[in-house]
Design a protein. Structure first.
Lengths: 357, 288
């Protein structure tokens, strides 16, 4: 169990890292006590998108599949939650709607993934096909304004989007405000730990081996297509989780959260953060979402220009990602100094490979 | 009867022209360098805005369109020099870089120019066959698409530049050793690609509303045509456009635009399951 958490596929291990992890978690847990409810609501909003980023990190960073379709599954689950919650009525049924909508998104991912992966689509074309599907879904939903576009009692409403569904509810208790915040934090911790365990398990090793060299992995006897489909389904399912939570958070969803430029956002977060590590993605995405939201208040266009510039700068200056680079630098300094204090000769050697410690 | 037949041909020609014009530039860049230019839609937008701007200054439409294509081509050469050049060894990164560029351009245009500017209206002129009337401009677009294909054939098969470009495409290191200036060939090819994107925008500018995000309307069609066609423009993109235009025409006529688009996407997903490397892989193999 511990070996799975601290394995070789994920950075950050040892006592120092987990102390930091617990400190951040503790700070996150007591945060609502000191902040006013508006800020807590905003924080929950940032956390919604983290799942999507972690899913893309899994597919792109670990699996080597660059999917541009995160908002496709986000939209499918978001709309599915709305349709289900409206049709099944509020109350505890919303929890079932949440689960079902993620299942629907994962089924969609399974079907699309089957055709792409068994068709041998990879690299650039993987991105192009997923992006095409995303844009077509956005166009389609954009023209569903008429009253004939309804599923049960739920109107799709075209560009104005669907609204009027209940938020997540248990019995009579609406999960809102700090309750929602705690649910989000718990979900993030669960997903983060779960992905760490998955990636350091046997399955994770095969996923990474497939990224490194698909042919060699196949020669070793693994049916890499199954592992790729699994990766794609999980990663897209996480986008679905984001979508369903988004709809329940704001009680509306519009096609604009599917099409461009929304579809580019997960790519920017993950590329900027450092796609090859979960922790870097978690931290970097949160920072970017925070910054983006702060600027959006003044001008959404300016915020998006900044996102584009960040993507361009990342690719040109730090292809591995900024957060990951800075993190490695800090870890280098930290372990380097401590080791040097204990044993000068060893310190030099360890400094070079401190991301291993 | 002949009126019905012509009407079918007219609808086919309309979709075919749209697919060829929007995809040709993308296919050249992809075929040459293995790079998908995500800012393709923004070059289309550039062509459209330059056209409308020049027409409003009093320049005749046809000249404005040529100048717009030229502008987009020159901007393309500049972009190649500043950004794309660094990523020939990393095609995925060039995808991301051009996507970043596309975000910057679209949103800056929204900030500077605003959400929409007044258009210039489709050139008048129509003719009638039987009970149907047809717009002449749509046929002009079809003629332009065919002319683009012929022009590309001449440039890449009959000129010295074409020989060098094809040599670079096949084996860049060898071409360089034989004295081809591959850097310049890449830059010019990228310029031709973006110039064609600009031409597409220029030709369609009179027929649509101009908004900074208009590139997105072309992007799906151009992507799927290139995906189905594969790396070769003449042997891939053109047959792919014929094929997709037929599917699209039937679906458009019976169920409307959006179902046409969805149906086309499904067709593409099915095709790549059977022919992962696109139509050109089959056609090129047959030809050998």
């Amino acid at each position: 169990m511990f070996k799975l958490l601290d394995g070789s596929q994920t950075l950050g291990r040892g006592r120092t890292f987990w102390s930091c992890f617990l400190a951040v978690l503790a700070a996150a847990l007591i945060y609502p006590v000191f902040a006013d409810s508006y800020d807590v609501g905003n924080f929950s909003y940032f956390l919604i998108w983290i799942f999507m980023a972690l899913g893309l990190c899994l597919m792109w960073g670990y699996g080597g599949m660059l999917s541009f379709g995160q908002t496709f599954f986000f939209g499918i689950a978001g709309y599915a939650y709305g349709v289900l919650a409206i049709n099944m009525g509020g109350g505890s049924a919303t929890i079932a709607a949440l689960v079902l909508s993620i299942v629907i998104a994962m089924m969609a991912a399974g079907i699309l993934g089957y055709f792409m992966i068994w068709g041998g689509i990879s690299g650039i074309f993987f991105g192009i096909v997923t992006l095409s599907a995303t844009l077509v879904l956005a166009f389609f939903l954009g023209q569903t304004a008429g009253p004939e576009w309804r599923i049960g009692t739920a109107r799709l409403n075209g560009f104005n989007g669907m609204k009027g569904m209940d938020p997540l509810t248990v019995g009579d208790f609406y999960i809102e405000g700090s309750a929602l915040y705690y649910v989000m934090v718990a979900l993030i911790v669960a997903v983060y730990i779960g992905l760490r365990i998955l990636l350091n398990s046997r399955i994770g090793n095969v996923i990474v081996a497939t990224r490194e060299n698909p042919q060699r992995a196949e020669m070793l006897g693994y049916d890499i297509r199954k592992y790729q489909l699994l990766t794609f389904t999980i990663g897209s399912g996480l986008a679905g989780l984001s979508g369903a939570l988004y709809t329940s958070w704001g009680q509306f969803i519009t096609p604009s959260s599917i099409g461009l430029p929304a579809a580019a956002m997960p790519i920017v977060w993950v590329a900027f953060s450092g796609r090859s590590d979960l922790t870097a993605t978690l931290v970097g995405s949160f920072l970017l979402l925070f910054g983006f939201q702060t600027i959006t208040v003044y001008s959404q266009q300016a915020a998006l220009v900044l996102m584009g510039a960040l993507l361009l700068a990342t690719v040109m200056l730090a292809p591995q990602g900024f957060v990951l680079g800075v993190g490695k630098l800090v870890a280098d300094r930290w372990t380097g100094r401590r080791r040097r204090g204990a044993n000068p000769a060893l310190g030099q050697a360890n400094g070079l490979q401190s991301n291993e410690t | 009867m002949s009126a019905e037949l012509f009407s079918v041909f007219y609808q086919f020609a309309d979709v075919f022209a749209f697919l060829i014009l929007s995809a040709a530039g993308l296919a050249i860049v992809f075929g040459m360098m293995g790079v998908i230019n995500m800012a393709h839609g923004e070059f289309i937008m550039c062509g459209a805005y330059v056209t409308v701007g020049l027409v409003k200054l009093g320049v005749p439409l046809a000249i404005a369109q040529l100048l717009a294509a030229l502008t987009a081509g020159l901007v393309g050469v500049a972009v190649e020099y500043l950004v794309v050049r660094r990523f020939y060894k990393r095609p995925l990164d060039s995808l991301l870089a051009t996507w970043g560029l596309s975000l910057i351009v679209t949103q800056s245009m929204l900030l500077i120019v605003g959400s929409s500017i007044t258009g210039i209206g489709t050139p008048e002129g129509s003719f009638a066959i039987g009970y149907y009337t047809f717009s002449t401009y749509r046929l002009v677009l079809f003629a332009c698409a065919v002319a683009v294909l012929i022009g590309l054939y001449v440039i890449f098969m009959k000129t010295r530049f074409g020989v060098m470009a094809r040599a670079t495409m096949q084996n860049a290191a060898m071409a360089r050793a034989l004295g081809a200036r591959t850097g310049r060939i890449y830059a010019i090819s990228f310029g031709i690609g973006t110039g064609l994107a600009g031409l597409c925008g220029a030709l369609y500018a009179p027929t649509m509303t101009l908004i900074p995000t208009m590139g997105a309307t072309f992007v799906v069609e151009s992507f799927v045509t290139v995906v189905v066609g594969g790396a070769n423009v003449l042997l891939g993109t053109a047959p792919a456009a014929v094929f997709l235009a037929m599917i699209r025409m039937v679906l458009n006529a019976s169920y409307g635009q959006i179902i046409g688009q969805i149906g086309m996407l499904f067709a593409v997903i099915l095709i790549i399951r059977v022919l992962p490397e696109g139509l050109s892989s089959v056609l090129v193999r047959r030809g050998r």
